[in-house]
Structure formats: C-alpha cells, structure tokens
Design a binder for this molecule. Structure first.
Ligand code: TMP
Length: 217
C-alpha cells in the first residue's frame, strides 16, 4: 500500500472512515472484521461493524429471500434485491455512522455486486448502474480484498454449513467472481489492500492493521 494514501484521496466527504471487506466464499472476512474492530476500539475509535446483505432489519428479510437455497431468483431480480439492501443500508447505517465520525467496517459492499452479479451473472453494465444509484456514489476509503483460490474457499465454507444459493453456484462462477475482484483492485491499487487469504489469521490481521493506521491518524 502506498504511503501517500489518505482520506482525501477518494470522493467520500464524510467525517468518518469507511472500510469495506470483500472476497469470495470462505475467505474469513467476518473473522478479520471482528479483529480489526477490536483493535480499532482499543485505539479509542468508535466502530460500526456491519454487513451486506442484512445490515438492517429490512436487509435481514432481503438476505433471507435472496440466499434461500430452495428459492428461485432471476439474475436481474437478484441484482435489484442486493441493491435495495445496499441503498437502505447506506442511508440508515453507513452514512449516519460516517457523518458521526465513526469507523464503519462493512462485510461486503459495491464490489460484491460488481463481482457476483456483474461478472458471475454477466450483468456488468446493469450491476454498475444500479449499485452506483443505490449508494449515491459513496466509495470506501479502503477496500480490503481477501483473495483465495475458490476451490479452497468453497471447501472452507462447505465445512461450516449448508451452502446458500450463491455458494452453491458453479466453480466457474466463483472463478469469474475472483477474477473481477482482482481486476477491480488492480485498477485502483491505492484504494485496495489485497491480502492472500491462505495466510494465517494473525498475518492477515497485521496487514489490515498496517493499512488502517494511516487512515485513522
Ligand atoms: P456472506 O455470506 O459473505 O455475507 O455473503 C452473502 C452472499 O451474497 C455471498 O454469496 C455473496 C452474495 N452477494 C452478492 O452476490 N452480491 C452482493 O451485492 C452481495 C452484498 C452479496
């Protein structure tokens, strides 16, 4: 990560700091968010930990609908449901948190739609259009991309629980998701931290902390 990165680098005019954690299945986002939040609170920061889909009561309903392994949702409807979750989440959780000067850590954001629906479902232009509209262009100061071979990540996710509707998609789908994530990160290297999710938990947490320090100072 470049030393020049600062909160002024992106078009996010808020008092707080906004960090998104992204990646395919089984990469360990929730563990890393919990660790980053614990560390940041220890440094005296006010932290909001949230997620998509499902960071609001409405979002929890949408999450159930969109991830039901027995459900049928067409790709465009799926895109709109995730975008609806995100619009409501931005307006009721993320923006208010940032406006109050907090550190907001979200488990998934815009890039999930660009990778899963844009590349996985091949709805690139539509996914970009609806997610830009849903967020009003609110962009994280930093996106932490946890990257792993999808075969390894899916095996980890499968060991935990019954696969949801997206986890149950083909390996080819998950490879397209991974490639899009890496392409998004490569296009804006100063706004992304890409970490090998096969590293051990502590090494990943240390890399995340190092990236947060300049943003929180
Ligand atoms: P999670 O279990 O990591 O919270 O992710 C929920 C699933 O939803 C995961 O398979 C990725 C998928 N997803 C999308 O396809 N598009 C999106 O915009 C979001 C936020 C999640």
């Amino acid at each position: 990560m470049s030393d020049e990165r600062s909160r002024e680098d992106v078009d996010t005019p808020t008092a707080g700091v906004f960090i998104a954690f992204e990646g395919g299945e089984g990469v360990g986002k929730s563990t890393q968010i919990a660790r980053a939040a614990l560390w940041a609170r220890g440094q005296g920061h006010d932290v909001v930990e949230t997620r998509e889909p499902g960071g609001t009561p409405l979002g929890q309903e949408l999450r159930r609908l969109v991830l039901d392994p027995d459900g049928h949702v067409t790709p465009r409807a799926e895109t709109l449901l995730y975008a609806a979750d995100r619009a409501h989440h931005v307006d009721t959780v993320i923006r208010p948190g940032l406006d109050a000067g907090k550190l907001v850590l979200t488990d998934r954001y815009v890039d999930s739609l660009l990778a899963y629906q844009g590349a996985g479902r091949e709805l690139g232009a539509g996914a970009l259009m609806v997610t830009t509209w849903a967020t009003g262009g609110l962009t994280p100061h930093l996106t932490v991309l946890l990257d792993i071979d999808p075969a390894v990540g899916l095996a980890r996710a499968g060991a935990r629980a019954r696969l949801d509707r997206l986890e149950g998609a083909s390996l080819e789908f998950h490879e397209a998701v991974r490639s899009r994530y890496l392409a998004l990160a490569a296009a804006e290297p100063d706004r992304y931290l890409v970490v090998d999710a096969a590293l051990d938990e502590e090494q990943i947490a240390a890399a995340v902390r190092d990236a947060l320090v300049p943003l929180l100072s």
